[in-house]
Design a protein around this ligand. Sequence first.
Ligand SMILES: Cc1ncc(COP(=O)(O)O)c(C=O)c1O
Length: 411
Amino acid sequence: MMRKRLPERGLPWPELAAALEAAKAGDYSWRRGRVAVFIYYLDEALERVQKEAYLAYFTENALGQRAFPSLAKLEREVVEMGLSLLHAPPEAGGTFTSGGSESIFLALLAARERAGRAHPNIVLAESAHLTFDRAAWYLGMAVRRIPLAAGYVADVPAMAAATDQDTIALIASAPCYPYGTIDDIPALAALAQEKGVWLHVDACVGGFLSPFLERLGHALPPWDFRVPGVTSISADLHKHGMAAKGASLLLVADDAWRAYHRFASSAWPRGPYVSYVAQGTRPGGAVAAAWAVMHSLGEEGYLRAARRILDAKARLSAGLRAVGAFEVLEPSPHAMLVFRPRDPALDAGRIAAAMDARGWLPSRMSDGRGFHLHLNPIHDQVVEEYLAHLGESLAEATAGAGEGAAPGPAY
Ligand SMILES: Cc1ncc(COP(=O)(O)O)c(C=O)c1O
């Protein structure tokens, strides 16, 4: 095997820049709206803010809170803006993390440490993000995934029945990724209070969109700190918060609970080491970019982003319905749109393959029939093109042309 090696001499930047650009040639084009997962994009002006702010703190290490008090202050302000947006009580607190996964890991760690059970388990709906299973695997917890109730939401009585003395946390999604639905969080919070367990609300994907959907007059089920019994919320800045990647918040209803995910030790020769997160060295740029994006957008900017998503979704949904061959699942008040061919005999894999051939990354549901779109503002530019290509792909699949594609990993 010819393993890649370091070049003997360094290469000039223009050559490297060209090589990187060329390397992207085979990627799906998110700038042309071809990717309805992974990407959150508003416009070039905001992209500039993200990049410039990140570069302004490119070298600083957010682990060094004493060395870089400016970063510590930016971080505090980002957390405070998150707490305000999510109606947290005065005693609440929060932590800036690298992403949804880290926020969830820390929430489960805190719940485990608070409960102190020998054989902990967590109870969640089957629509909850698989990060909970990943975190539970790392943290030595059993996972009880419960089938959904009607309407693609958590089955609260079934979750209650699955909760026992070893349950350390209940999980709710606001919304869940697969369907975009918000679980009955008041009911789950009441259950958590009754059982004396932690309730984590996973608003990784919704935390920075739901407040603005609400301001635009969309009645969402209650999900944030206004619901008594909500213990913690994860809300990702690098999703609808529109920040550069590497930014999320874990917010807790009582700042004192952050101690449950705090590591502090002096058991080495180099003085005390304290961290509230899983990382040691942390990119200062991610903090600065989040702070700058929040100030650049303000309420008005987030509302603009939310409006564009809703507009794209309404036009896509109407277009899909007009085609008639597709069934649009409508449970989500959020940025997700799930649809599937009405005819169960129609090979959805062929439609996916035909869309893929036209440059769209097909994100598919595990059932092999459903298609999943997670919309961001850029999609309002490509609705007509998407529908036209879907119509062509449907015609190809109906004619039995082309090879079908397996549901396939989006990751
Ligand atoms: C609902 C939900 N929770 C958690 C995550 C994990 O977040 P991350 O990929 O930032 O680690 C995601 C990612 O899409 C999500 O949608």
